[in-house]
Design a protein. Structure first.
Length: 588
């Protein structure tokens, strides 16, 4: 990997295959660089070995920041700065975590704590451990223009956003997580770049003119000179996993990666990550976000798949959301019957080659439930996309009562898949999580706000209700309120999440990966559902009146409702209160 980003490096180099001249630009000097046959330009490092600000002037334009910059202290338009290569890690005893049996917690650094920093987030690790979190999944941290952003507008993939604390704070955070027994998954975006500060095209053919996606130009993965572009992506992935000791990557919107090569980028990436995993002696996970419902992503390479570790399953979210809220607009239309949730719980996908009314076509392909473990699907009842892409960023807590929130938690944490929680859901946070930006360019900010309002106006929302993403108050409203967990109603729900975490630890049924050990019964009319996992059962009354739900469980392990959950017992069933959940098992 090129070494110019580090203090003490002997040379600077950058890939610019079609350029006639490239200069190394320092604070007080410019030096010519020499081109090699492979399109890489090189210049010896001048002066002392400490931090150095630098950039590149390409064919007289610039200077531009280093495409592999580790630090941007003056923003994405400024010069890059070298960083110290070493760090005194204290995680030598860390052996990593497998995805199987684990719980993930998704958070956005800027809104997770009042400080909005990596060091601030590290101060909450004891709280995360108390609810059974095994992995923290960070929304993207790479450098973007402005002070706050979701992170998906990043333009310098190797640099940690300065507002979060930069690369030094990132190392401290990962080290602290490992000391707390928690792994780190980093969300990375390889399908597009943000609209401001993207200078990659000045250096070479990083972007594809032939294919685009919803967010702009696609990355050149299969055209001329794409070998180095792919190397740029793979080296970035290996940087997080190796240099920063990260335990896994969440790959954003892989369905938007246009790659017609015989070996897809995802397969190539999985191969190289497996090589690194063998070298460092700990598991390294790759999780794909995809709307294709294609199990080939997580099928072993020996069986013709890409060999990724896991993938998100939005079908679970949609089925749970519809069952609890009754919303059936847009893509929720396909999930209206309670049977949709039953199918997802037993087969992984609802759309598995079947017709989608929302898409007006067939979608997906079936999972081989006899061979694929259920933990390869990562599921959530709430996540950044499903909350933040609502017009007002409202969480489930804005619509549901505590009993319904407990139902969502139980189906997520004790269902057959890998559960993922979204920050604050464990106490039923009332703060919204809205779409926010901080584009310094007025025209870009206005265009973003106008586009957001128009998008939801077309869907029937009152434009006056849609928050302005550029308004600093939109960002401020989205920060968690850490006073909430101590208040009675929130504290009760938080205690229930902790009870569910304890059940996952103490009952192997809840981490059993076999689909054949999952059995679902439900009543569409009475709106109850029973999920059996080995010797344990989840009994759910989704309806507005008490219902008798059949069960073979001898003892109640945990229960939740707005008042008492179990109203009575009769032969072979429990009478459950409205909006209640009960977990039963063998007598202790």
């Amino acid at each position: 990997m090129p070494s110019e980003s580090f203090e003490g490096s002997e040379f600077f180099e950058v890939w610019a295959p079609a350029s006639a001249t490239v200069e190394l630009v320092l604070t007080d000097a410019s030096l010519p660089m020499t081109r090699a046959e492979d399109g890489w330009w090189r210049a010896p490092r001048p002066g002392a070995s400490g931090p150095l600000d630098y950039g590149f002037r390409v064919d007289g334009e610039g200077p531009f920041p280093d495409p592999r910059s580790r630090r941007q202290p003056n923003g994405v338009h400024g010069l890059s700065r070298t960083v110290a290569a070493g760090y005194a890690w204290t995680d030598q005893a860390w052996t990593g975590r497998q995805l199987a049996g684990s719980t993930i917690y998704e958070l956005h650094l800027g809104t997770f704590t009042p400080e909005g920093t990596l060091d601030g987030a590290a101060g909450k690790l004891a709280h995360l451990a108390s609810i059974g979190v095994d992995f923290v999944e960070l929304l993207p941290v790479n450098a973007f223009n402005g002070s706050h952003n979701w992170g998906y507008d990043g333009v310098l993939w190797y640099a940690v956003h300065e507002g979060y604390g930069g690369p030094a704070a990132y190392r401290r955070f990962v080290d602290a997580c490992h000391r707390a027994g928690i792994g780190v998954i980093q969300d990375v975006v390889y399908n597009h770049l943000g609209p401001s500060g993207n200078y990659l095209g000045k250096f070479g053919p990083y972007l594809s003119a032939a294919a685009g996606n919803d967010w702009g130009s696609s990355v050149n993965l299969d055209g001329p000179d794409s070998d180095e572009v792919r190397r740029y992506i793979i080296d970035n992935a290996l940087m997080w996993l190796g240099e920063y000791h990260v335990d896994g990557l969440r790959l954003d919107a892989v369905h938007a990666l246009h790659d017609d090569r015989a070996t897809h980028l995802l397969e190539q990436l999985a191969i190289e990550v497996d090589v690194l995993s063998a070298h460092v002696g700990r598991p390294l996970s790759l999780l794909a976000e995809s709307d294709l419902n294609d199990p080939r992503l997580v099928t072993a390479r020996e069986a013709g798949g890409y060999g990724l570790t896991g993938q998100w399953s939005d079908d679970f979210h949609h089925a749970v959301h519809v069952a609890l809220t009754g919303e059936t607009t847009g893509y929720y239309a396909d999930f209206e019957p309670l049977g949709a949730l039953a199918k997802v719980l037993t087969r992984g996908f609802f759309h598995d080659g079947t017709f989608s009314s929302f898409r007006a076509r067939s979608h997906g392909r079936p999972i081989d439930t006899e061979r694929m473990p259920a933990w390869r699907l990562v599921v959530a009842s709430q996540n950044h996309d499903q909350i933040g892409n609502r017009a007002i960023g409202d969480r489930l807590s804005a619509q549901l009562d505590p009993g319904q929130l407990a139902i969502a938690a139980t189906l997520t944490l004790l269902g057959p898949f890998t559960p993922m929680l979204f920050m604050g859901e464990e106490w039923g946070a009332r703060t919204p999580w809205q779409f926010f930006t901080s584009h310094p360019e007025p025209e870009l900010g206005e265009a973003t706000a106008r586009g957001r309002i128009n998008e939801f106006a077309r869907m029937g929302w009152d434009p006056a209700l849609v928050p302005d993403p550029q308004d600093p108050a939109t960002f401020a409203r989205s920060k968690l309120d850490w006073n909430e967990p101590a208040t009675p109603g929130h504290a009760r729900l938080l205690a229930f999440y902790r009870s569910l975490a304890a059940l996952r630890r103490s009952h192997s049924d809840f981490t059993d990966p076999r689909f054949e050990r999952v059995e679902v019964r439900f009543d569409e009319t009475e709106h109850w559902l029973r999920l059996r996992r080995g010797d344990t059962e989840l009994l759910v009354n989704l309806g507005e009146v008490p219902r008798a739900v059949p069960t073979g469980g001898e003892a109640v392990l945990v229960s939740f409702a707005s008042a008492a959950a179990v109203l009575g017992r009769e032969a072979g069933s429990l009478l459950l209160a409205p909006h209640s959940v009960v977990v039963t098992g063998p007598a202790q």
